[in-house]
Design a protein around this ligand. Sequence first.
Ligand SMILES: *[C@@H]1O[C@H](CO)[C@@H](O)[C@H](O)[C@H]1NC(C)=O
Ligand SMILES: *[C@@H]1O[C@H](CO)[C@@H](O)[C@H](O)[C@H]1NC(C)=O
Ligand SMILES: *[C@@H]1O[C@H](CO)[C@@H](O)[C@H](O)[C@H]1NC(C)=O
Ligand SMILES: *[C@@H]1O[C@H](CO)[C@@H](O)[C@H](O)[C@H]1NC(C)=O
Ligand SMILES: *[C@@H]1O[C@H](CO)[C@@H](O)[C@H](O)[C@H]1NC(C)=O
Ligand SMILES: CC(=O)N[C@H]1CO[C@H](CO)[C@@H](O)[C@@H]1O
Length: 488
Amino acid sequence: MGSRARLGAIVVLLLLIPRGAEPLGPRHPPPPLAGGHHHGVAGRYLTTEERWIDQRLDHFSPTDHRQFKQRYFEFLDYHGGGGPVFLRICGESSCDGIPNDYLAVLAKKFGAAVVTPEHRYYGKSSPFERLTTENLRFLSSKQALFDLAAFRQHYQETLNTRYNRSSGFDNPWLVFGVSYAGALSAWFRLKFPHLTCGSLASSGVVLAVYNFTDFDKQVGESAGPECKAALQEITRLVDEQLRLDNHSVKALFGAETLKNDGDFLFFLADAAAEAFQYGNPDAVCSPLINAKKSGRSLVETYAQYVKEFYITRFGITISSYDQDYLKKTTPDDTSSRLWWFQVCSEVAYFQVAPTNDSIRSAKVDTRYHLDLCRNVFGEGVYPDVFITNLYYGGTRIAASKIVFTNGSQDPWRHASKQKSSEDMPSYIIKCRNCGHGTDLRGCPQSPFRIEGDPSNCSSPAAVSTVRKQIASHIDLWLSKCQEPTRLW
Ligand SMILES: *[C@@H]1O[C@H](CO)[C@@H](O)[C@H](O)[C@H]1NC(C)=O
Ligand SMILES: *[C@@H]1O[C@H](CO)[C@@H](O)[C@H](O)[C@H]1NC(C)=O
Ligand SMILES: *[C@@H]1O[C@H](CO)[C@@H](O)[C@H](O)[C@H]1NC(C)=O
Ligand SMILES: *[C@@H]1O[C@H](CO)[C@@H](O)[C@H](O)[C@H]1NC(C)=O
Ligand SMILES: *[C@@H]1O[C@H](CO)[C@@H](O)[C@H](O)[C@H]1NC(C)=O
Ligand SMILES: CC(=O)N[C@H]1CO[C@H](CO)[C@@H](O)[C@@H]1O
């Protein structure tokens, strides 16, 4: 997600990531897994074997019957035929398989099938080769939810055929997702309650936020006073050096290709935020606190972190911050442009500097984001978050049987539902490095461990407590889902 919003996906191991598959920044809510088949896949994914269905391009037009190919994955090893189906939603990145994380543990426990369709436009599921603004008009969360409903029906029939059952037999379905896909998971339950028994919205960003100042504020809280002060000093120094000689300070960070100062400053802010978002607070804070104590240059120390950790280890590409690159309609990496379109047309999450006590540069403001939307997609493209929240309800979502989970250090949690309400429990996983999607992914998430190992979370017990809660809600909701008409 970066306000560029991707909540980033991060992932890692980046050394092996192919071009075009880099994780997204917090610009967007990060996908559960960014990236591609970087690693030797064995063990990391339950499956990477592609399957396809024909999906309608525009679910809301009565006359446009065009279709596109949507990729999906299925895993049936734990499924006896009558058991539940877990619909694991993929978000704003290429979806290259079903990750072997905590969801796999749950699938085994409940004898569930796991199916994962790729989000329209991302990865190999794009209706168009050229991603012009005109061609992006069918990219929205509303179309994506309808895809999921159509997919769910199609896949149920596939299962019925496979098990020689009559058409109309219905397995119990549960939906899951992390980050933006976590929001989709909650919204799916809201819009299609008859198609699912319950939902897990892990770090689900259900509230569209226009000026997302709480994001920067949470970064400060997650950093703690010393580290926060160092980050603020760096911002002051960089702002000053930019005025004097903008080329050399960009070069220091290996980012001289970012001609737009706003892009550069956003990139620097993101580099810090993602450390907290993905459970690596020490990677950024320890060197800064040490440099401060020993009198070494803070800006140079931060530059080293950015180059060695954020770019090299974490695997971010600088071009994903470059508006000139985001304008390309046939880029190698499509997800940055696609996610920005969703940000600029629907959900915003503009990560602007708060007026007081900001970490990021004051130049990363609302104007910067609106200019980006206009520059990259054209006049008239800007997000109406009021309409988005009117449609879904934001944190007042009126649904049931959804578990919301958030990591205490994750800046994105302020766009999620953090208060429990009737039939919608909310859990915060509290620990020093609990970030985005920690319940399913563990920590830290760079290097990324798909299997979601919580052993390096500062409090593994906090993770396992919430995991047990999730399992018991699933158990309860499945039992309530057994209608007398069901055959199983
Ligand atoms: C379904 O029916 C076919 C033909 O009658 C049979 O060959 C196959 O084994 C059956 N499959 C299952 C899962 O029962
Ligand atoms: C967002 O911030 C800008 C700049 O401070 C302000 O003009 C605008 O009214 C704010 N919008 C909302 C919806 O808060
Ligand atoms: C940055 O430097 C370049 C050349 O060094 C100059 O053309 C440009 O105007 C400068 N930008 C700003 C914002 O000072
Ligand atoms: C601004 O932030 C500082 C430092 O956190 C705080 O002491 C001060 O009260 C804040 N001022 C306002 C107007 O919120
Ligand atoms: C996890 O913790 C162990 C022991 O504390 C440490 O050696 C290891 O490097 C940590 N792994 C990661 C990925 O941080
Ligand atoms: C369930 C839970 O822990 N809720 C807390 C989440 O965080 C908010 C704000 O940080 C608290 O007010 C809630 O009590």
